[in-house]
Design a protein around this ligand. Sequence first.
Ligand code: PEP
Ligand code: MG
Length: 536
Amino acid sequence: MPEPLPEPTDTRSALTPEDEGARAASAQRFVAVDLEARAERAGGAAQEVLEAQAMMAEDPTLVDDLTERLATGKTAERAVFEAFSTFRDQLTELGGYLAERAADLDDVSQRVIAQLGGRAAPGVPEQEEPFILIAHDLAPADTALLDLTRVLGLVTSDGGPTSHTAILARDKAIVAIVGATGATDLADGTLVIVDAASGTVTVSPTEAEVETAEARIRARALRAQAPTGPGRLRDGTPIPLLANLGSADGAAQAVALGAEGVGLFRTEFLFLHSHNAPTILEQAEQYARLLHAFPGKKVVVRALDAGSDKPLAFLNDAEEENPALGLRGLRALRASEDILREQLTALAEADAATDADVWVMAPMVATVEETAYFVELAHKLGLKTAGVMVEIPSAALLADRILQHADFASIGTNDLTQYTLAADRLLGSVAGYQNPWHPAVLRLIAEVGAAGRDLGKPVGVCGEAAADPLLAVVLVGLGATSLSMSSAALSDVRAELARFSAEEARQLAAVALAADGAASARAAATHLAATFSPTD
Ligand code: PEP
Ligand code: MG
């Protein structure tokens, strides 16, 4: 990837501030129009990101700042650079989700400066031969439009697992590793193997390593063509495979890839840019759009999960020192109970208007009392199946009591790992802890699985862990009765489940639980799995 453009020098402009202002405005307009066109072409989750970027290009606060800087005699290039940098610093200071959007702003700034100099926008290099793209970070505008016939994979040195690059790469099913420190030191033309499942990049691999990788790619291609039946173990035990969705847009793809329903509908993704709470009507329409795609199928809808990485201004816009430990999820909903009641009412209306089997669950539940509160309210407002997400260790430890009240539990391994290992899931420097193979996390999952079994209540898993094929088998061995993941992961997980019996899944779970750490848990399960059936 080309390096970023150099910082424009701070020399006095020979033009008037008005003329420089006109240059800046025309470059900003050009970039906004270009980004809007890209948004239209990209569609899906990318569209929203690119549309937001197009708006950033002409943001009124930024334009005011720019005009003030031009009035002091700066060139348009320098003033654009300074105004965007100031805006970026403000976002970074806010932390969390907003800090991750700072990279999007840098990209817009670079595009405007390139346009002012009559240069092409920075981006993915043109090259005939297929290649692995290595970059510091890839702008959403570039990730969204990557030509998958040429770009075989993507490795970035920056960005956390929830940066837009990561979200969009998942959406496009690109083999991608983000936050690989030192990746940009690799020389152009170096041969590498990128294994997104294990998160490894093998530099200058041996011939044997290349052969193994090629065999795995062939096996994967075969699996992708395999018929998409329901998820089940080798002995026939059904393990329904469901999709994680953030809007109705991904529903058709999920159905095509054999999703047996939806295990996590992240409703907050619909309203990330809203300043006011959505109305009941607006919500009922959005929910019905999704439900229509799954007639007769289970659709698990999560109540708005606001806070930390997913701020919703209308639920909690307070400055918090530690937002991951703050007024978020169900806590924020309870503090604005009207919004919770309206959401449940909208959902009950959409449920009545469609044939889907609607389940609702509360995010970030910490206590038995919270569970009873949510489940009672949801039932009262007309929803027949109400449960909780288990993503806080306290909820896992008291799962036997929580499941006395809830109709089901769904384990969110992303947050459960974050809270168990005390490692911010957005922070690259502690990303190594964000590994759901850790036996401490597995032990908590086992608590929930055992409680579900004892009480005859379903226990799903809807965090990223369910998308890791071997870990998915371990989760079943720990008691998970369904698994939910991004649609792209369905075929790999379906194929892996079919290799093991329920008894083997339990044995794999037992060896992983007995390990000291995440790496040894994965190694022990991999080793034992190889003795049950040959790997590809
Ligand atoms: C989780 O925490 O695992 C989860 C599924 O929810 P989210 O990633 O949206 O926080
Ligand atoms: Mg979560």
